[in-house]
Ligand binder design. Structure first.
Ligand code: HEM
Length: 422
């Protein structure tokens, strides 16, 4: 399952805005980013060409660890308000469903984040541990009963979906529609989930947003006068700046949480099986001392995989950062997955999957800053309980073929992954 070696293009031949680049095997993409990291200044790319594009001016790719950290730490200069999850500025109709706190700066971002952050503290997540444990056990029961098939649908998609839906108080009758719509929203340019006609694809994404918004609106209405301790009740009654959230704000918040909570952890778990299959020595290390090594293993999975490959920032003013001059209005993509392979931080073995790596200052959950992943503790717990359950009860589970990868520059996703055991 290792990627065949092929010649690495010169930095000047690399174009991160071409969809074809993101269809290359992972090894080739990593080699290309290694070339970009050798440059003296952040490389600049024209915006991808799409009918969706509000004519933009291109972007800098921040590929080094130090640049990603600096941009994350200075949100007053590197703003999220023009959008954090899309290279291009999106048309205003997207704000109705996708204008959430990830696309805001403080102080409004901080006020919104406070509403949900109490649900995501390590102590609260610890309370979820038993639920997660039970859910992981049920997933493995089903896997053993059904037999090997597609690891993504049988295992890695199921746990994050159940956990985030439980937190929201969403019943299992809605799981299929939540999963389908979050897949559509984060499909990048993958034709399995979108039409290849951009106008149609935009319609599909907006419909997915509208369907999820409809779900949260009806659930919030059901809980009117009968509030539970779930997140939808908390959001529906949250008071921000002396006002309740509007229905569009409630919808965007909900969509952010379900999308971010689903696709990322699923991606980490799917890649984890690939890596533990490709690296039997690392698997042995983990199995022989699971409790002693799992914390480091989870961090290494997140570093090595980098489920979220970039976030965007826009410059609010002229600034010189790490010796490079930026101008007000410039766009930057913070490439976490390149920073996570930066040789100056992770040494010559940066491309090695090493669950004992220490220190491991990866930026897979973002650099330190106000937008640092809200779900990081939760994701770590989910990956831990799922791997514990799998490796104890299905010790010979392995990836049994090439992963079917998502065509996306944003999520390092795996759509399908054949697995085998027994
Ligand atoms: C392995 C799994 C995950 C990875 C790799 C990941 C990665 C990230 C990254 C890179 C960011 C942006 C950080 C920044 O801009 O500085 C982010 C933000 C966020 N993540 Fe995660 N995430 C994961 C799991 C989760 C889960 C389970 C949730 C649960 C709901 C979640 C919720 C969020 C939210 C709400 C934000 C936006 C925070 C803000 O703007 O203040 N994530 N995540």
């Amino acid at each position: 399952m290792t990627t065949p070696a092929s010649p690495t293009p010169a930095a000047s031949d690399i174009d991160l805005s071409q969809q074809d680049f993101w269809a290359l095997p992972l090894g080739e993409r990593h080699a290309a980013f290694a070339e970009l990291r050798k440059l003296n200044a952040p490389p600049y790319f024209a915006d991808p060409q799409t009918p969706l594009t509000i004519e933009g001016q291109g972007y800098y790719a921040l590929v080094n660890h130090a640049d990603v950290l600096e941009a994350s730490r200075h949100p007053d200069t590197f703003s999220s308000a023009r959008g954090a999850t899309s290279v291009v500025d999106l048309p205003s109709e997207f704000n109705e469903y996708f204008g959430s706190m990830i696309n805001m700066d403080d102080p409004r971002h901080a006020r919104l984040r406070r509403i949900v952050s109490r649900a995501f503290t390590p102590r609260m997540i610890k309370n979820f541990e038993n639920d997660a444990q039970r859910a992981a056990a049920a997933i493995v029961d089903d896997l053993l009963a059904t037999g090997p098939g597609d690891f993504v649908s049988q295992v890695s998609a199921r746990l994050p979906l159940k956990i985030i839906c439980d937190m929201m108080g969403i019943g299992d009758e809605h799981y299929e529609m939540v999963l389908r719509n979050t897949n559509t929203i984060l499909a990048g340019g993958d034709p399995e989930f979108h039409s290849e006609d951009m106008e149609t694809a935009i319609g599909q994404i907006l419909t997915a947003g509208a369907d999820l918004a409809g779900l949260v609106t009806s659930l919030a209405a059901e809980r009117e006068g009968n509030r539970g301790d779930d997140l939808i009740s908390a959001l529906a009654t949250a008071n921000v700046d002396g006002e309740l959230l509007t229905s569009a704000e409630l919808a965007s918040f909900f969509i952010l949480l379900v999308v971010a909570g689903n696709e990322t952890t699923r991606t980490a778990l799917s890649h984890a099986l690939v890596q533990l299959t490709d690296h039997p020595d690392q698997r042995d290390l983990l199995v022989t001392d699971f409790e002693g090594r799992i914390t480091g293993a989870v961090e290494e999975i997140v570093r090595f995989v980098s489920p979220v490959m970039y976030m965007r920032r826009s410059l609010t003013k002229d600034a010189v950062v790490n010796g490079h001059q930026y101008r007000a209005g410039d766009k930057c993509l913070l490439f976490y997955w390149s920073a996570n392979r930066d040789e100056s931080v992770f040494g010559p073995g940066t491309d090695r999957f090493d669950i004992t790596r220490s220190p491991n200052p990866h930026v897979g959950f973002g650099g330190a800053g106000p937008h640092f992943c809200l779900g990081a503790h939760l994701a770590r717990r989910e990956i831990t309980v799922m791997l514990r359950e799998l490796l104890h009860r299905v010790p010979d589970i392995r990836a049994a073929g090439e992963p079917d990868r998502l065509l996306s520059s944003f999520i390092n996703g795996i759509k399908h992954l054949p697995c085998d055991f027994g």
